[in-house]
Design a protein around this ligand. Structure first.
Ligand code: 0X9
Ligand code: ZN
Length: 519
């Protein structure tokens, strides 16, 4: 296996970095104060090289200090090229297209900000992200609280927000999303704040989101690699790894190569200068250790998405091997559903599939661990874009990109909750009603309303239906061993054109609401 992205200038860059762990006070102060001389990228281009053979690969590794897409084998790979290497690139004969003319120009535009005062008008540093989470928790005290996963290498708390129903959500499946395991992937942090914001604002007003929060506990960690993220704001916008001092002037372990499943294999590097350096052992890093322990301590861990950028990809297990996981066909259907909804929002193209073949081999990655060791459905997103701006996605795309991420994330959430689907309804014919993912072997009910949405407490089931004046449709039925129930029910004559709202329920659980117009 070939390792890419030999960081030949890492030594030069590292001399700009403070040596050793910072005292916590000064580390935190740095969140708001740029270093005296942040790394500059004047005249640096990002090129998409067409790698045809080992020679091309070696050429690019020599010319580029920083690979932006860690591909393997032949095909297109994005590299940042410093200005003094451009002539050598042209002389090398490796075919390429320029994706970004001047990296510093994009960094300057990003730092200028000023698009507006809204939260999503600009990117935000760690202190601002933490304040945003705290203000959400303060605004929705019955639905959310912040928590600390654990501390980073430099002693920063890794913070997240938990979102649950007003009863605390005990026993519900736990779903975890995290962003910025790679420090420079700023859009992923904003997308995480959008997910928490949207879920909380939608609770009680959007029946679909209400049903999800009622049935799931969300754990959202917008910045997993806090030291690296902080460093991208103060010292080097293009930092990827954590801030481990590897010795010899080399810094950083790729936290997404530091997990135990497949650790040390293909698509990771044993060289401490590499952008995909795996560390000295599985879980050698405090950030991956505390994330592991947090996930293992969840009472009912079922869903996980590690949010990255860029590439517009939906990645499934495995990253470390070309073998397909035992649940491949289920993953394919989850991935296809994500792809459909993410494409439908803004017309961007998305691709889903196993990590190994869809992006490239990558071992010791989070999603393989979440799936193979923690027993959750594990996936990873690569958010916008496909290389026009790469990691420097303009702030004007924060909202659309976050919307795509949110809808994709909700596909996994819906997969883990009790869902009602209703077939076409025609007056005088039978209609088909299916509930999936309920509690197995449990009495299950179907309700409808012709008055629309509302809030109706049903004491015997201890649930609040999101329907106004609901009526029971058909008989209660006991779900099968996998939690499914179906009804085939006659739709009365003369109801054509009427609007009807349906919802399923079990003891303590409700489905989404389905709205239908009868043909
Ligand atoms: O190389 C990576 O770690 C990810 N790509 S990135 O450009 N964001 O660095 C892809 C790895 C896929 N697997 C997981 N995310 N777990
Ligand atoms: Zn990444």
């Amino acid at each position: 296996m070939l390792n890419r992205c030999t960081c030949v200038f890492a030594l030069a860059l590292a001399t700009l970095a403070p040596t050793g762990p910072l005292p916590i006070a000064s580390a935190l102060a740095q969140d708001d104060v740029a270093a005296a001389a942040p790394v500059r990228y004047d005249g640096h281009k990002v090129v998409r090289a067409n790698i045809r053979n080992l020679r091309d690969l070696r050429t690019m590794e020599t010319l580029s200090p920083d690979c932006w897409t860690h591909g393997s084998g032949v095909g297109p790979v994005d590299y940042r090229i410093p200005p003094d290497s451009l002539a050598a690139l042209d002389a090398s004969g490796v075919p390429y297209d320029v994706m970004i003319e001047d990296v510093q120009a994009l960094i300057d535009a990003e730092r200028q900000g000023g698009r507006g005062d809204g939260w999503y008008d600009d990117y935000h540093n760690l202190a601002e992200i933490e304040a945003f989470m705290q203000s959400l928790a303060d605004t929705y005290p019955n639905l959310a609280e912040t928590f600390v996963v654990g501390n980073s290498l430099e002693g920063r708390p890794i913070r997240g927000i938990r979102i649950h129903n007003p009863n605390g959500g005990a026993g519900n499946p736990d779903v975890l999303y995290h962003g910025a395991i790679h420090a420079r992937e700023w859009i992923t942090t904003m997308a995480c704040t959008y997910i928490m914001d949207t879920l909380l604002a939608g609770y009680g007003s959007d029946p679909d989101l209400t049903a999800l929060v009622n049935q799931l506990n969300f754990h959202i960690i917008p910045v997993m690699n806090v030291d690296g993220y902080s460093y991208t704001w103060t010292n080097d916008r293009m930092w990827r790894k954590n801030r481990r001092n590897n010795g010899g002037g080399q810094y950083g372990v790729d936290l997404n190569r530091n997990y135990s499943v497949g650790w040390g294999g293909e698509g990771s590097s044993g060289r401490s200068s590499s952008e995909t350096y795996r560390g000295t052992a599985p879980f050698s890093e405090p950030e991956s250790q505390v994330m592991r322990d947090y996930q293992l301590a969840l009472p009912n861990f079922q869903g996980f998405i590690d949010i990255h950028s860029y590439g517009q990809l939906i990645l499934q297990p495995y990253g470390y091997t070309s073998q397909l996981p035992p649940d491949h066909s289920t993953y394919q259907s989850i991935g296809a559903n994500m792809e459909t909804i993410m494409e439908s929002l803004h017309g961007k193209s998305w691709t889903h599939g196993p990590t190994y073949t869809t992006i490239y081999p990558a071992s010791g990655v989070t999603l393989d661990w979440a799936y193979a060791e923690a027993g959750a459905w594990g996936l990873s997103f690569e958010l916008r874009d496909t290389g026009q701006y790469g990691f420097l996605l303009p702030a004007s795309q924060i909202i659309p990109s976050s919307e795509e991420c949110f809808e994709g994330a909700m596909v996994l959430a819906r997969f883990l909750t009790m869902q009602l689907s209703v077939g076409t309804l025609t007056a005088g014919q039978n209609g088909q009603f299916d509930i999936s993912n309920g509690t197995p072997n449990t009495m299950t009910y179907l309700a409808y309303s012709i008055q629309g949405l509302g809030s109706t407490y049903v004491a015997p089931l201890n649930v609040t239906l999101d329907l106004r004046s609901p009526v029971q449709a058909g008989p209660g039925r006991v779900s099968d061993g996998s939690g499914s129930v179906s009804w085939t029910l006659p739709i009365p004559q003369g109801t054509s054109g009427r609007q009807v709202w349906f919802q399923g329920a079990q003891l303590g659980r409700t489905t989404n609401v389905v709205e239908k117009t009868i043909n």
